[in-house]
Design a binder for this molecule. Structure first.
Ligand code: GDP
Ligand code: IMO
Ligand code: MG
Length: 425
């Protein structure tokens, strides 16, 4: 069997958690491959909303294993709290969650470094979630990191202390050497981590594949936040694209199957960075309010704007997307018209390609307008029942991308999901 990948095609928060949960019954294993507690993946069913940060979104379904892969960075305190919250709800997390020995750990001092780095950038700050993501991946690539497997080794404390000393030195360069951090809680969380199922996840996943098990790799963030292909430097510090599933799980490129690309019927972005189709007017406010566009991790308001086709097509290309899933069409109901950016105007003329620099004034979005639908979509269960204006919008996107829109999501609940065809071959 091959590994399917599910990822965000925009700047994150597309609705990945919801669709992973919807697709989970088709799989045996759900595996997160990158990112960390900067992610906030929301699932809603039976009237309850759940937000997951580190744990894969398959955790609520029975008979499915959930893997935190080597490409993920883990804050043991955040993970512990997440597990406790799920256990309170009766979810048997311990038996269903496997953690890679090679995943890197976020130390309390990584979070201090994240904050110090952002403060030092002043007006050019990234708008990081301040969860310690950047500094932890820097230690990974700098070959100084502290992994789950290191934390359960006999010399763990010595290695931890050596890294903290290094961080204190770095903090002193920012004038922040005296900042305190909750070391005792963190060390306790490390002890707890040792009681979880810690595995060589690349072996586990490849053996599962050989045994015919179906695996879905769950991405975090979105392609436009990718460290290589996103709107650098306003990005996260990992490869959010489908290739990240290979390095973040130990799955060879020729074992990747379908790639599910999740996008909203419009665009949002939280944090700093260019956003050519951003709406800084009452339509943007309407989308923000109606779509509850506030960060699932930080609560920050999400900036809102029109769908950006050059960006979507770029994302489809880089990721090898095979199925598109369109989220939150219900949010736009009631607008007079909606717009889609079809091209950018640049100093070198019109382009449909996503340019190197999309900061103002390098690109000017060129729009096409569409009639919007007025109906409440949230109770509709069949594609044929959707308003014609929405069907035209969906079909326009299919033509523009050359890809099928396989799911149209019309509300946050698991059941508010219209699948247009059998999703699995
Ligand atoms: P993720 O990070 O990609 O998993 O997305 P988030 O959970 O951060 O943000 C998506 C938000 O939209 C969550 O609050 C979801 O409950 C909600 N949501 C998902 N799909 C839909 C939809 O089709 N319609 C509406 N109105 N909300 C949705
Ligand atoms: P999910 O998985 C939306 C953004 C931050 C900031 C930039 C860098 O829920 O879609 P970082 O904390 O990684 O240093 O922040 O990336 N960001 C997200 N935006 N959804 C996310 O995750 C994000 N994770 C990080 O706002 O702009
Ligand atoms: Mg999110």
């Amino acid at each position: 069997m091959k590994v399917d990948v599910l990822l965000g095609m925009q700047w994150g928060d597309e609705g990945k958690g919801k669709i992973v949960d919807v697709l989970t019954p088709e799989y045996d294993i759900i595996a997160r491959f990158q990112g960390g507690p900067n992610a906030g993946h929301t699932l809603e069913f039976e009237g309850i909303k759940h937000v997951l940060h580190t744990i894969p979104s398959g955790i609520f379904r029975d008979g499915v294993m959930n893997v935190i892969g080597n490409g993920v960075v883990i804050d043991p305190l955040v993970l512990w709290k997440e597990v406790q919250a799920l256990e309170k709800l009766g979810v048997d997390v311990k038996s269903k969650l496997l953690i890679s020995k090679k995943a890197h750990l976020i130390l309390p001092t990584h979070k201090l470094l994240d904050k110090a780095s952002e403060e030092a950038k002043g007006g050019k700050k990234i708008g990081s979630t301040l969860k310690g993501i950047g500094p932890t991946y820097m230690d990974k690539t700098g070959r100084n990191g502290f992994r789950v497997g290191d934390a359960i080794a006999s010399d763990a404390l010595t290695r931890y202390r050596a890294l903290v000393e290094k961080h204190k030195h770095l903090l002193s360069l920012y004038g922040k050497e005296d900042e305190s951090f909750p070391e005792e809680d963190w060390l306790e969380a490390i002890e707890w981590l040792g009681t979880m199922q810690i595995i060589d996840s690349e072996h586990y996943l490849n053996k599962a594949m050989a045994a015919g098990k179906k695996i879905l790799a769950e991405g975090a963030q979105g392609a436009l936040l990718d460290i290589d292909f996103g709107t650098y430097p306003y990005v996260t510090s990992s490869n959010t694209v489908s290739a990240g599933a290979c390095t973040g799980l130990g799955v060879a490129p020729n074992r990747i199957g379908d790639v599910h690309g999740i996008f909203k019927a419009y665009c949002t972005r939280v944090g700093s960075g260019p956003f050519p189709t951003e709406l800084k007017d009452e339509i943007g406010e309407f989308i923000q309010t109606t779509g509850h566009e506030f960060g699932a991790t930080t609560g920050r308001p999400r900036r809102c704007g029109w769908l950006d086709l050059p960006a979507l097509k770029y994302s489809a290309m880089i990721n090898g997307v095979t199925h598109l899933h369109m989220m939150k069409a219900d949010v736009l109901s009631g607008l007079d018209e909606i717009k889609v950016c079809t091209h950018y105007q640049t100093a070198n003329g019109k382009t449909e390609d996503f340019p190197f620099n999309i900061e103002e004034p390098n690109v000017e979005p060129v729009y096409r307008s569409f009639a919007c639908w007025q109906e409440d979509l949230t109770g509709i269960t069949e594609y044929a029942e959707l308003p014609k204006a929405l069907q035209s919008y969906v079909e326009y996107i299919e033509n523009a991308t050359g890809l099928p829109v396989s799911i149209v999501s019309v509300g946050p609940d698991r059941q508010q999901t219209i699948a247009r065809q059998a999703l699995m071959a």
